[in-house]
Design a protein around this ligand. Structure first.
Ligand code: ZN
Length: 199
């Protein structure tokens, strides 16, 4: 049997507000760091979620994992998939990420966080971003993504700077996930924006 998984740290814990430390190349190769990455993947999958940053396990290091499997994407309505640009993302580990926007277009959608369980907020984010860093083997990686995968990259990179989506959301959009689902599930974003008084 697998060992019991650690709990996901919830909002209010100071570790979620600390800027995390860069991971050195020597540290990256250690069994402890490799075990941390494996645990992060297991916790993300068990949650289930599409991304997890090390501070969410109480470890203030600059690493996150992301994965958006086809079966998650298949649960959305056609309009949700298309508008969000939500496409499956294979498992990735990114260490010491540096993010830059590509272009100046922004898009807004509801998003949630495993560290604010049960809530969502409407957040405007860059439509396309590039992230450079290292993978779990220490090899340089550069990923340029748009749509929902770009949102995941921004959300997870934010965690490593001690930033949560509630810092960026339209504050009056803050909602329980359940209420947002009942009000807006499957609805086009133009309708959501109107309902929130944004347009
Ligand atoms: Zn989060």
């Amino acid at each position: 049997m697998a060992a019991e998984l650690p709990r996901i740290v919830q909002v209010g814990d100071p570790v979620l507000r600390e800027p995390a430390a860069d991971v050195t190349v020597e540290e990256l190769a250690t069994p402890e760091f490799q075990a941390l990455v494996r645990t992060m993947v297991a916790v993300m999958r068990a949650a289930p979620g599409v991304g997890l940053a090390a501070p969410q396990l109480g470890v203030s290091k600059r690493v996150f994992v992301m994965e958006d499997p086809p079966e998650f994407v298949a649960k959305l309505s056609e309009v949700e998939r298309t508008e969000r640009g939500r496409v499956p993302v294979p498992l990735r580990t990114i260490v010491n990420p540096v993010l830059r926007p590509v272009g100046d277009a922004k898009v807004g959608f509801f998003e949630g966080c495993l560290s604010l369980a049960g809530y969502v907020g409407f957040v405007e984010r860059w439509a396309e971003v590039e992230v450079t860093g290292l993978d779990e083997t220490g090899a340089p990686v550069s990923v340029r993504l748009s749509g929902w995968p770009a949102r995941i990259l921004q959300h997870e990179t934010d965690h490593l700077a001690g930033t949560l989506y509630v810092d960026r959301m339209v504050t009056r959009s803050f909602s329980t996930a359940e209420t947002a689902k009942v009000r807006f599930g499957g609805r086009p974003v133009a309708e959501i924006r109107r309902a929130l008084g944004l347009d």
